[in-house]
Ligand binder design. Structure first.
Ligand SMILES: Cc1cc2nc3c(=O)[nH]c(=O)nc-3n(C[C@H](O)[C@H](O)[C@H](O)COP(=O)(O)OP(=O)(O)OC[C@H]3O[C@@H](n4cnc5c(N)ncnc54)[C@H](O)[C@@H]3O)c2cc1C
Length: 545
């Protein structure tokens, strides 16, 4: 056992493992990459995390940087849950609901809690967390916060960031901080602290002041974004300050989260659900634009394309039998309303039908849960693609999360179809039509050099396309290793430099999840591509996407 392992074994209460099989198990996540950690640690308490961080900080001060990666369920599709140093695995012990306030619906949780279990618990109280990802059954809340995850309800409710009120975070040197919005006066107190926390507040405040104009000049054209660091809502005009939005979506590169305080919403199980079929993507785009302009937004505007329906029919003819007639539509869209007031829900659904009548070739509204479940199967049939292999070719998550402005949806999909044609690849598209945030995973064989090269050519061309349309490389899955190299292109070199300075402020020795999101190039990640892709550590559930 190495000296580091021995030290940690003696000083933390959680387990420390250096066995080959444990390290191999944690060498993959939901991405195409593989990185073997040197040690696996299952922290049992926040104090364990503090001790580990303090120890790595002391080593770094003496010139030896031991990377530290926090990990939830390892479903990340960009390689952010991988690292070559210490792998801190949270679901084993730090997986509890700490406190639930029935009056406010605010819940405090540890990061390793399974998202699906938390959701079930909240629903027993008549509440829920709306920005859940489709990986809800097998991912953690810590991963969702660190990725700023979102999903099918985000068109109405927004992303995870909007639900995180505050955090407890272990900083790179082992200090623990609590985040939440603080007033100008409270900020002044923080600025005077002689600790690392004080240093962070001082440096970050100065950085934001110096780059105020630059930061304000960058305006997003997309409805949601998980790429980059969120530096837009740290300091507000009233002088108040909050590190929470920055930590959300930072993928463990600025600190390790040990507790999360979340707002929740009232859960309305009864909904109106409409299936609409469109002959062209343009018609679907026009309908989506009008639906989004409604005063009361639909709680979901989801889609699959005709090519996905064809592929699903080939793979599993019974899955969608009799649910959608042939010829398949260019787009099948699901529109849901979940307003608490039954009458207004009905009224809004009728308004949506009027919109859909203008653009869709057919539509069908369902109000009973059994029928709705059948319709949702259409959207969730994308799971069949993810789990499928064609020989050694697997559906790879390499360009799986682009997002563009909604009025560019048709142009976007037209270009995507043309691109796949040029590459001689089949394409199937599904996702969040209301956000123009689509998922697609090309079938490629990672054991073949030709396919690996093709994958990176496709990646390059695809992200260029997304950015040329004013989009983001990631609507919800975040940067990880895969999309980190495109951040400078997306935000521009000047803002990228600000991101680098943010990273430097929080992590001066570069020990917190290095190689993820920031300071990563295509040359860094190409050697990390595995020779075959699988989601084997997730198969206790059928992966849904
Ligand atoms: C089939 C499939 C479907 C998916 N669908 C969606 C979707 O609909 N929407 C969506 O947003 N994502 C989706 N994802 C991506 C991923 O599942 C989610 O982002 C999920 O929230 C990640 O949770 P996790 O527990 O697996 O985190 P991990 O993969 O373990 O980690 C993700 C990131 O969080 C960091 N992290 C974890 N815990 C901590 C902590 N305590 N402190 C600091 N950092 C931490 C990790 O270092 C890593 O950077 C999907 C993935 C798959 C495989």
């Amino acid at each position: 056992m190495s000296k580091v392992a021995q030290y940690l074994q003696e000083h933390v209460t959680g387990e420390v493992m250096s066995s080959v099989d444990a390290r191999r198990y944690f060498s993959t996540d939901g991405s195409i990459f593989s990185v073997i950690p040197s040690l696996v640690v299952y922290p049992r308490s926040e104090n364990d995390v503090r001790k580990i961080a303090r120890f790595t900080w002391q080593l770094a001060e003496r010139g030896r940087v031991v990377p530290m990666t926090a990990r939830g369920a390892g479903t990340d599709q960009g390689g952010a849950a991988l690292g070559e140093g210490l792998m801190l695995v949270f679901p084993a012990h730090l997986n509890r609901v700490v406190e639930y306030n029935a009056k406010t619906g605010v819940v405090n949780v540890e990061p390793g809690i399974n998202y699906g279990k938390l959701q079930q618990t909240l629903k027993t109280h008549g509440r829920f967390l709306p920005p859940f990802p489709s990986s809800i059954e097998y991912s953690t809340i810590g991963g969702a916060v660190a990725n700023n995850a979102s999903g099918e309800k985000s068109v109405k409710y927004g992303d995870t960031r909007q639900y995180v009120r505050g955090l407890r975070v272990v900083l790179a040197n082992g200090e623990v901080i609590e985040t939440g919005r603080i007033s100008k006066r409270e900020l002044n107190k923080k600025l005077g602290l002689s600790t690392f926390e004080g240093e962070i507040y001082r440096s970050l405040d100065a950085l934001l002041e110096e780059n105020k104009q630059l930061v304000e000049s960058i305006k997003f054209k997309v409805s949601k974004n998980s790429a980059g660091y969120d530096i837009w809502d740290i300091k507000r005009k009233d002088g108040s300050f909050d590190l929470t939005p920055l930590f959300v979506g930072s993928q463990g590169t600025l600190g390790v989260i040990t507790e999360i305080m979340l707002d929740t919403e009232i859960f309305h199980p009864e909904t109106h659900l409409i299936l609409a079929e469109f002959d062209t993507v343009k018609q679907a785009e026009e309908a989506a634009v009008e639906l989004r302009a409604m005063k009361e937004q639909p709680s979901a505007i989801e889609m699959v394309d005709g090519q996905l329906l064809t592929l699903v029919e080939e793979l599993n003819p019974n899955l969608l039998k009799d649910m959608i007639k042939k010829p398949f539509p260019a787009v099948a869209m699901l529109v849901e309303f979940d307003d608490g007031n039954e009458r207004s829900q009905k009224k809004n659904a009728r308004r949506a039908v009027k919109i859909l009548e203008k653009h869709a070739r057919s539509h069908q509204m369902e109000t009973t849960m059994a029928k709705q479940e059948m319709l949702w199967k259409i959207r969730h049939s994308s799971a069949a693609i993810i789990a499928h292999s064609e020989g050694n070719s697997k559906a790879l998550p390499i360009i799986e999360d682009g997002i563009v402005p909604l009025d560019k949806f048709d142009e976007y999909l037209t270009e995507v179809y043309a691109m796949f044609k040029r590459y001689g690849l089949r394409v199937a598209v599904w996702g969040h039509a209301g956000d123009a945030n689509i998922h697609l995973q090309p079938f490629l064989d990672l054991s073949q050099i030709g396919d690996r090269q093709k994958a990176f050519r496709l990646v390059d061309e695809y992200y260029d396309l997304v950015l040329s349309l004013g989009g983001s490389t990631s609507g919800e899955h975040n940067d990880g290793r895969l999309r980190g190299p495109y951040l400078s292109k997306m935000f521009g070199p000047e803002l990228y430099e600000v991101f680098q300075k943010v990273k430097q402020i929080f992590d001066p020795y570069g020990a917190l999840n290095p190689g993820v999101k920031i300071n990563v190039t295509l040359n860094d990640i190409k050697p990390l591509v595995r020779s075959s892709y699988s989601l084997e550590h997730l198969y206790d559930h059928m992966p849904r996407s």
